[in-house]
Design a protein around this ligand. Structure first.
Ligand code: AMP
Ligand code: GLY
Length: 426
């Protein structure tokens, strides 16, 4: 069958790599893709927010499945667009309906969903411009630090954590009255700060049944020791050592099952990934956020560990028969180090030649911000590549990922040196 994958990051290269291994896949198209995905299939220059051109491409290329990488087309309703077109309704879209995607698209909606279904999460209330005064009173009931979240999508920047009540009150006014994040902060969720260690749990669901994919941890800040500006993610490891059988059993019964049950009870059409951002608070899991897609760069550690045929899993998602499938996972550990362009996440250069990818012998290289220029590969984004190594233990997987990553060079190359270190001495 022909498959179309939407997106252009490292996550999509990792997904493309697994799809292309499946004997069920005849042709794989990636829109728009990057220099790495072009080795797994054919890149096509489509605007993935222009659903009509995506649909036209699907019809004219006999595409039988669409896999959606990023959240934006999901939040904008790509799954509903396909479902409402008679000739496309049979083409499964791996990604939820617009309503399901609100679990990521609106923090207020996600928190209300969790509270309706008694899913553990931080205590919260949400406010708009007309209730700023109530918001300030609520802040004063909480203890420092203070967590303020713009309700809508704000390019990963909409969560602000402040150490003092004065700063928190000022931020609330800037978000609601000053429209700091535009329309995204027309509503703000204020919530209790959760103390603990974060991890990401990924679920694949057909809307009724589910499979829990390998857990992962990502590293969001630019600097070692989790310092400096937030980024899209500087590295990841999978599995997470503290997400042991006992912890994951709590995640399944307290969070995954009520989430799926909630979707069913509320008749929300959800076929795709649920990415649950969790805080482990002294052994108990609490939901920080839902995303309606895989994580990046978590996918670069999670997908290489999946042994099952992902296309068969996706077909079962489309058919609603995921309960008949088994998920085989490689028990070894994957570690992924992201190489970024100098200056990222602020201003950075593009177009620098990348050398040494072919010297990497004991790891996988997933492309993110890369492009082909004549016969060589150049930087074309902030996060350029992710180098993923697999081994029996986390220390050896990390050592290998770093050794292999050091073989790749481009002007201004930077990577964190401490990916996974926090997990070694727990
Ligand atoms: P989000 O965009 O919801 O993932 O939030 C960004 C980051 O803020 C998360 O990855 C956490 O590190 C942090 N965060 C969000 N909510 C809380 C909370 N209630 N307590 C502590 N940290 C939080
Ligand atoms: N790595 C976090 C994310 O994909 O949102």
């Amino acid at each position: 069958m022909n498959i179309l994958l939407l997106g252009s990051g490292g996550r999509e290269h990792a997904i493309a790599y697994k799809i292309s291994q499946s004997p069920r896949c005849s042709r794989l198209f990636i829109a728009p893709g990057n220099a790495g995905t072009s080795e797994c299939g054919t890149n096509v220059a489509l605007d993935i927010m222009d659903f009509q051109s995506v649909a036209d491409f699907v019809k004219s290329n006999d595409v039988r499945m669409v896999v959606v990488g990023p959240e934006a087309p999901l939040v904008a309703g790509i799954a509903d667009f396909f479902a409402s077109d008679e000739s496309l309704a049979k083409v499964p879209v791996i990604g939820p309906s617009r309503q399901g995607a609100m679990l990521e698209g609106s923090k207020d909606y996600a928190k209300d969903f969790m509270s309706r279904h008694a899913i553990p999460t931080a205590r919260y209330k949400s406010f708009d411009k007309s209730t700023i005064v109530d918001g300030i009173s609520f802040l004063r009931e909480l203890k420092a630090p203070y967590v303020l979240k713009a309700d809508g999508l704000a390019a990963g920047k909409g969560v602000v954590i402040l150490p003092t009540i004065e700063e928190a009150e000022k931020e609330l006014v800037e978000m609601l009255d000053g429209a700091k994040f535009g329309q995204a902060s027309a509503r703000v969720v204020i919530e209790q700060y959760l103390e603990g260690i974060e991890l990401s749990v990924f679920v694949l669901t057909d809307g009724k049944h589910y499979k829990i994919l390998p857990s992962a941890k990502d590293y969001k800040r630019i600097g070692d020791g989790d310092t400096g500006l937030n980024t899209g993610g500087m590295g990841s490891v999978s599995p997470v050592p503290f997400a042991d059988r006992e912890f994951m059993a709590k995640v399944e019964t307290r969070i995954v099952q009520p989430t799926i049950k909630g979707l069913v009870e509320e008749s929300i059409n959800y076929k795709g990934f649920i990415f649950i951002g969790l805080m482990n608070c002294s052994g108990d899991p609490y939901v920080i956020e839902y995303n309606v897609r895989m994580g990046d760069p978590e996918t670069q550690s999670v997908f290489p560990r999946i042994k099952s045929d992902v296309v068969e899993l996706f077909e079962a998602v489309g058919d609603g028969t995921l309960n008949r499938m088994t998920l085989d996972v490689n028990p070894r550990t994957a570690a992924s180090v992201v190489l970024v362009a100098g200056g990222y996440p602020e201003k950075y250069r593009k177009g620098d030649s990348i050398v040494g990818i072919e010297s990497v012998s004991d790891a996988m290289v997933f492309h993110a911000g890369t492009a082909r220029s004549d016969d060589h590969i150049v930087t074309n984004g902030g996060r350029v590549l992710a180098v993923t190594a697999i081994d029996d233990t986390l220390p050896v997987a990390l050592l290998k990922a770093y050794q292999e990553a050091s073989k790749i060079e481009f002007d201004g190359k930077y990577n964190r040196k401490d990916i996974g270190q926090d997990l070694l001495n727990l």
